[in-house]
Ligand binder design. Structure first.
Ligand SMILES: [Zn+2]
Ligand SMILES: [Zn+2]
Ligand SMILES: [Zn+2]
Length: 166
């Protein structure tokens, strides 16, 4: 569905879809979708907001899941390296991927007030968008392998409010 993250939508469908995609990917590639990996992904999926590793640890602790930090960090690494989640460098935080299973170069629109993050796709496949860097890179004989594209600003809801939408 071509809704954007910032539109009101049935978010339970996003969660279902992402969990199913992760499950299928793990089955196909013989990866262990362990309880902790699944739970960390569910926590990230709860909202289209970036979460710091510390927030995730807190949430796990609140649920009585006695996950040691290294366990939670490894679960995050697993989710990121398999494309189920992305790291938002600017916020030093994580976000669940909204196109799991598809190879893509994500670009992020980050609301500086509510920390809502929308993932958009400027290019399919693992090729960074030619428009932004491609020409310059070609001129310098540089081969781009990864590009981080993060834009910050205000989401539609925050533009209408003076108070931060926490
Ligand atoms: Zn959603
Ligand atoms: Zn993604
Ligand atoms: Zn916002």
């Amino acid at each position: 569905m071509p809704h954007t993250t910032f539109d009101p939508h049935d978010h339970s469908a996003c969660i279902q879809q992402a969990l199913q995609a992760a499950q299928a990917h793990c089955a196909e590639h013989k990866l262990q979708f362990t309880k902790i990996r699944r739970r960390v992904l569910e926590i990230l999926l709860a909202q289209h907001h970036a979460m710091g590793a510390y927030d995730i640890l807190e949430q796990l602790a609140a649920e009585g899941q006695n996950a040691q930090p290294p366990v939670a960090y490894r679960a995050l690494d697993f989710l990121v390296s398999n494309g189920f989640a992305h790291k938002i460098q600017q916020l030093n935080a994580y976000i669940a991927c909204t196109h799991p299973g598809a190879e893509h170069t994500p670009a992020f629109l980050i609301c500086r007030t509510c920390k809502g993050v929308a993932e958009t796709c400027l290019a399919t496949g693992n090729h960074p968008p030619a428009g932004m860097f491609g020409g310059a890179a070609r001129d310098m004989g540089f081969r781009i392998e990864t590009a981080v594209i993060e834009a910050s600003g205000l989401c539609p809801a925050c533009q209408q409010q003076d108070i931060p939408c926490a």
